[in-house]
Write a protein that binds this ligand. Structure first.
Ligand SMILES: Cc1cc2nc3c(=O)[nH]c(=O)nc-3n(C[C@H](O)[C@H](O)[C@H](O)COP(=O)(O)OP(=O)(O)OC[C@H]3O[C@@H](n4cnc5c(N)ncnc54)[C@H](O)[C@@H]3O)c2cc1C
Length: 467
């Protein structure tokens, strides 16, 4: 008898729960991956994320093949391909790591309906899922603070190796190239990621030197003060248990890092929080979590959207965030909050349009965290920013990028603008514009909207909708 370990988003061979579980059930395991062509058709994907996924998968296959634990890759419809592998191996069971998206739920349903094989889903991607952490009444949490308290109190699994197993000899399809899948590198993108297990472990190791300062530095986008481990967590080149426990161990070695470690682990708890929100309220993929705000008439104005997406709003901190995304495939969390809030309350852009753009451009695009983050900034989600708290796009920059280093790095036309005007270049006298080689309205735009007017309008709109 044989067990299939159906690998999907956890692209690693260490502490991978589905491999672990399969290896405990039987001596013969089929590590199987399907390049799901349905997914490529249905989802809003983009080059950075697809490249990260493909390179990580390729690296995993090479690694497993080298160890004699060949990863069987097939390309096509996942239900059909899984059925074929089950038939070829006479497998009596399939184990897959639980995912929390509506797409995965559908997939599991189809497998259970169509295939004559037992399918077991196992928790791997998060520390706690579904309804493991609930209120005392047993309902899922809508407020993060209470969720987090229990998240820290609960005992957590440690990373574990799988048992040794043998693999049957099966054919594999070639992993398609990005071009074959229809993805081409955008001109502006400068690739800076190492999508592999090695890359993930290096990221984690490198961050150990920084985590002690995380609390002070995490909100300054000009500093490389966060882990940038998000795409590795997304594609599972490292496990959530590894990243949590590595830092627990570090805390014991360096107790002075404790505050930084705690603050960082809180972010891992946010990640779990949003996964359980997506699981318990899957309708939030298309609808605001807060019912009062479901029928807001958001704008679909393409002109406004284009300026925002290209980082040509005339608000330097916002433009720096959007251009960091275009250039690197990643955006600092502070900038993510500021640009999304600007899209919401200054431009009144449909949050789904903003979400789709992020989805196509973020290397770490994760449905749960993205819906959570976008709806938070739009004041329409779980534990969201209250609608009357509206970020000021200039003071966000003044506070979190006081010297304008972040702005200058990503908005080169402002490079020579003096410090006193870096956040409000439109106030530069003509002489200063000439001297800094930045003519407003020519080299860099005037602010695209009147923030004060837009703020008032947004407040009125929200108030009208609030029941
Ligand atoms: C509008 C918006 C959209 C977002 N979209 C995504 C997304 O698609 N994918 C994604 O992974 N994160 C998303 N986030 C959360 C957060 O911005 C990123 O996780 C973080 O910037 C990644 O950088 P890092 O790995 O250096 O984070 P660190 O600060 O080092 O944090 C460590 C890890 O904790 C998790 N984390 C951190 N902050 C959050 C958060 N607010 N919510 C959930 N998990 C968090 C991530 O897995 C992250 O890698 C979004 C936030 C906002 C405001």
């Amino acid at each position: 008898m044989t067990v299939v370990s159906w690998i999907r988003r956890s692209l690693r061979d260490f502490d991978n729960t589905s491999i672990k579980k399969a290896s405990r059930e039987d001596d013969e395991v089929v590590p199987f991956y399907c390049v799901d062509t349905d997914y490529f058709r249905e989802e809003e994907l983009g080059y950075p994320r697809v490249k990260f996924w493909r390179d990580s998968l390729k690296s995993l296959k090479e690694r497993m093949d080298e160890k004699g634990k060949d990863l069987v890759v097939r390309k096509g419809n996942p239900v059909e391909k899984l059925e074929k592998v089950v038939e070829e191996t006479n497998a009596n069971k399939v184990v897959v790591n639980q995912d929390y998206t509506p797409y995965f739920r559908q997939l599991v349903k189809r497998v259970r309906e169509q295939l004559d094989v037992e399918l077991e889903t196992v928790k791997d991607v998060v520390m706690f899922d579904k309804k493991e952490i609930t209120t005392n009444k047993g309902t899922p949490y809508k407020v993060f603070t209470y969720f987090m308290k229990k998240w820290f109190e609960r005992e957590k699994r440690k990373p574990e190796r799988h048992r040794d197993y043998v693999v049957p000899d099966l054919e594999s399809d070639r992993i398609p190239s990005l071009e074959e899948l229809g993805f081409y590198k955008p001109e502006e993108l400068v690739w800076q990621w190492n999508p592999s297990r090695k890359g993930g472990l290096e990221r984690l190791e490198g961050f150990k030197e920084k985590i002690g300062f995380y609390k002070e530095r995490r909100d300054q986008p000009s500093i490389d003060g966060t882990s940038k481990i998000s795409p590795h967590l997304k594609f599972g080149t490292v496990s959530i248990r590894e990243v949590f426990w590595e830092m627990e161990d570090l805390k014991r070695e360096k107790p002075e890092y404790s505050d930084g470690v705690k603050e960082w682990q809180e972010e891992l708890a946010w990640r779990d929080f949003y996964f359980q929100v997506l699981w318990n309220w899957p309708e939030t993929v298309n609808n605001a979590f807060l019912e009062d705000f479901r029928d807001i008439n958001w704008s679909k104005n393409d002109k406004l959207f284009e300026k925002w997406a290209k980082g040509k709003t005339g608000f330097p901190f916002i433009d720096a965030g959007m251009r960091q995304l275009r250039k690197t495939g990643w955006m600092h969390n502070r900038a993510r909050m500021a640009v999304t809030s600007f899209a919401a309350k200054d431009l009144w852009l449909d949050w789904r349009k903003v979400h789709d753009y992020f989805s196509r451009n973020f290397v770490d695009a994760e449905l749960s965290s993205m819906i959570g983050g976008v709806q938070w900034a739009y004041s329409i989600g779980t534990d969201a920013q209250p609608y009357f708290r509206i970020f000021n796009p200039w003071t966000q920059g003044e506070k979190h990028d006081p010297d304008g280093d972040y702005i200058r790095r990503f908005v080169p036309e402002l490079e020579k603008v003096p410090d006193e005007y870096i956040h409000r270049p439109y106030e530069m006298p003509v002489q200063v514009q000439k001297k800094s080689g930045c003519e407003i309205g020519v080299d860099y735009p005037k602010p695209m909207v009147d923030h004060e007017k837009r703020r008032k309008k947004a407040l009125e709109n929200f108030k009208r909708m609030k029941k």
